[in-house]
Design a protein around this ligand. Structure first.
Ligand SMILES: *Cc1c(COP(=O)(O)O)cnc(C)c1O
Length: 395
């Protein structure tokens, strides 16, 4: 028996659900890349993207996924042999660091564990010890999509300032932009990297960067890793094709335009509040289920749990059995654990185009699976989620 036919739900942390309006905006013929319409589209995107990052700095759009945007960021500000510091809190900052290493950068990892956020005191301590200023950049993720930790970027900036260190602060906001507060200028972030397919509700294939003046100055002065495709200076050129270093990824841009319209119409603060409420609902359910001991939060401190994804640890059962049940029997795809957590965790995504029925439906399916598979769990997880939402969202 199965009850999976109907609209399939994707509850994985990227790619996320693409709104029908975004899909429809893409369903049109290609346009002339030299036309005024296309120039206007590009200008509007480059004007609106910085609003998401809350920066007056420059945005760049790449036909690339998040990994491409990572490479873009590194090549524009670093030179072969530069030393950088990677703040580990899961899989993604270290992955970014591995990419830098492959490019000839000397990479030092400030190790963390997968259960807590980066400790700003340790960052300060390490930077204080670097009196000569060898460390050229500090790399960190705002949300690590494997561990589901949310790092405090503002506190990390404060730690860098307290150490009086001049390194660039480079932040991966792929799994957090438009889901949690982000203040690029107020937090003095130099480079922010993100992608289209998570909070931005657009199909995979676009990478974005926002760069501060200081970062762009680095590019001009001494970044010898730069290559033409990623080069900000080339993309700063006047001709339209230069903005993309070739033919623009037109249909993705049509989709992105619609997605940004939707986010800006809702209002960024409301978008963030929606994610907060829905994440609180997920956490209320997980906390209830966890009472029987077979499930637990991967991130110990509630203050550092992401509002975009929740990694749930499992004990005494294979998460695959639960995920297979959810997908095959009930039509909801839930994220697997990654980076070594395949057999001991699953991930519930609550990011992007999500609303109460999608989250309550997903939680309902997980609870159904826990019951059907006879996995020990505290009763009433969905009820706890409902109480959370009803407690905040008033008539
Ligand atoms: C998804 C993700 C990436 C990588 O993005 P791709 O588009 O898969 O290359 C990088 N960082 C974080 C935090 C992510 O969640």
């Amino acid at each position: 028996m199965s009850v999976s036919n109907g609209r399939a739900f994707l509850a994985i942390p990227g790619p996320t659900t693409v709104p029908d309006q975004v899909l429809q905006a893409m369903n049109r013929p290609a346009i002339d890349l030299y036309s005024g319409d296309h120039l206007d589209l590009t200008a509007s995107l480059l004007a609106d993207l910085p609003k998401l990052f809350r920066t007056r700095g420059h945005a760049y759009i790449y036909a690339a996924n998040g990994h491409g945007a990572w490479e873009a960021a590194l090549t524009n500000v670093l030179s072969r042999g530069d030393h950088i510091l990677v703040l580990d809190s899961g899989r993604f900052a270290t992955g970014w660091g591995e990419m830098a290493e492959a490019m000839g950068v000397s990479v030092e990892v400030l190790h963390g564990d997968w259960h807590s956020a980066v400790d700003p005191n340790k960052v300060e301590e390490r930077l204080r010890a670097d009196a000569k200023g060898d460390i050229k950049a500090v790399l960190v993720v705002q949300v690590d999509t494997a561990s589901s930790v949310a790092n405090d970027i503002e506190a990390i900036r404060a730690a860098m300032d307290a150490a009086g260190h001049d390194a660039l602060l480079m932040v991966d906001a792929v799994a957090s932009l438009a889901t949690m507060p982000y203040q690029m200028d107020a937090w003095e972030v130099d480079v922010t990297v993100t992608g289209s397919q998570k909070g931005l509700m657009t199909p995979p294939g676009l990478g974005f960067i926002a760069a501060s003046d200081k970062a762009r100055e680095r590019r001009r002065l001494n970044a010898n890793l730069v290559t033409r495709y990623w080069d900000w200076s080339f993309r700063d050129g006047n001709e339209h094709y230069m903005k993309y270093c070739g033919t623009p990824p037109e249909h993705l841009l049509f989709g992105l335009r619609k997605a940004l319209d939707m986010l800006l119409a809702e209002g960024l603060d409301n978008v963030v509040a929606r994610h907060q409420i829905l994440a609180d609902a997920v956490r209320a359910a997980v906390a209830r289920w966890a009472e029987a001991g077979a499930l637990s939060f991967n991130i110990t401190d509630p203050a550092h749990r992401a509002n975009s994804v929740t990694t749930v640890r499992t004990k005494g059962f294979q998460p695959k059995a639960l995920l297979d049940y959810a997908r095959e029997k009930c039509g909801v795809t839930i994220g697997i654990g990654i980076g070594g957590l395949e057999a001991t965790a699953f991930r519930i995504a609550h990011m992007g185009h999500v609303n109460a029925p999608m989250v309550l439906g997903t939680l309902g399916v997980i609870e159904t699976g826990l019951k059907a598979l006879e996995i020990p769990h505290g009763k009433g997880g969905v009820e706890a989620a409902i109480e959370t939402i009803a407690g905040v969202v008033k008539a």
